[in-house]
Write a protein that binds this ligand. Sequence first.
Ligand SMILES: Cc1cc2nc3c(=O)[nH]c(=O)nc-3n(C[C@H](O)[C@H](O)[C@H](O)COP(=O)(O)OP(=O)(O)OC[C@H]3O[C@@H](n4cnc5c(N)ncnc54)[C@H](O)[C@@H]3O)c2cc1C
Length: 267
Amino acid sequence: MYTIRSYEKVKTLEEAYELNQKKTSTIIGGGLWLRLGNRAIGTAIDLSELGLDQIEETEDAFIIGCMTSLRTIECHEGLNRYFHGMMGEVMKGIVGTQFRNTATIGGSLYQRFGFSDPLTAFLALDTTVELYHAGEIPMARFVTMDYDRDILVRIRVKKNGGQAAYQSFRNTKTDFPVLTTAVSRADGRWQIAVGARPGRAALVEGTEALAAEPSEEEIRAFAAKASETLVFGSNMRAGKAYRKVLAEVLIERAVRDVLHTAISSER
Ligand SMILES: Cc1cc2nc3c(=O)[nH]c(=O)nc-3n(C[C@H](O)[C@H](O)[C@H](O)COP(=O)(O)OP(=O)(O)OC[C@H]3O[C@@H](n4cnc5c(N)ncnc54)[C@H](O)[C@@H]3O)c2cc1C
């Protein structure tokens, strides 16, 4: 359990950023991860009055505020229409509905958990992260950055006209995933992210070698090569060798899902 000395419901992001520069300060998202620790928090910074719990759909992007719950993303009509139900698939394995009603996307992405389902998914999409101090940066860069005292304000997912799919594997329902895989294809170019390796999600390199319309043989060969180039590790959920085999299978499945999505959306 954590303790809080002072609780500040901020009126501006500037105020939140200033308060957060002190080492003992902490931004509070849904508080679900924080509550597992034993921190003595000097100032708890509550962003809930800044209107950041919304998803805005514009002509060319979805803009998701950091206080948006995972459940709101899971059920968002526009996101699921555009990405063919992908967001429902990404979120559905995370504990339970009540949990996802409280967990925020800001808390989920800022922590850059290795096991994170949303981190893997947004990494494979055309996503940028808006940080209060550092500004807008590509998700691919954000995922490799060290923690600092910045604030994740919003993410922007570009409508790039592509298709996307998500695959994950859990030993038991509601447990942390053993492996996560997200795949997208836009303008014939593939983007493939693999997470829970168990390290942070990473992009597969060399995806330009995968044809825009690959044959079954090409999909299998590509997935086998991709799993060779990624770095896997072992933890209590699975060993390194098992994850490597699993990655091959999940990449194959997600690539096929993207191809099927493209066919069904043409009809
Ligand atoms: C039991 C359990 C099981 C889980 N299983 C899964 C799973 O299977 N898959 C999965 O993907 N995730 C899983 N998670 C993670 C979960 O989905 C959330 O990511 C996690 O709870 C953090 O979200 P939160 O809103 O609760 O953040 P909080 O606990 O409030 O905050 C987490 C951290 O992020 C910081 N933070 C919060 N918001 C911001 C912001 N806007 N800017 C900067 N820093 C910020 C906080 O200061 C804190 O350090 C699990 C968590 C728990 C507790």
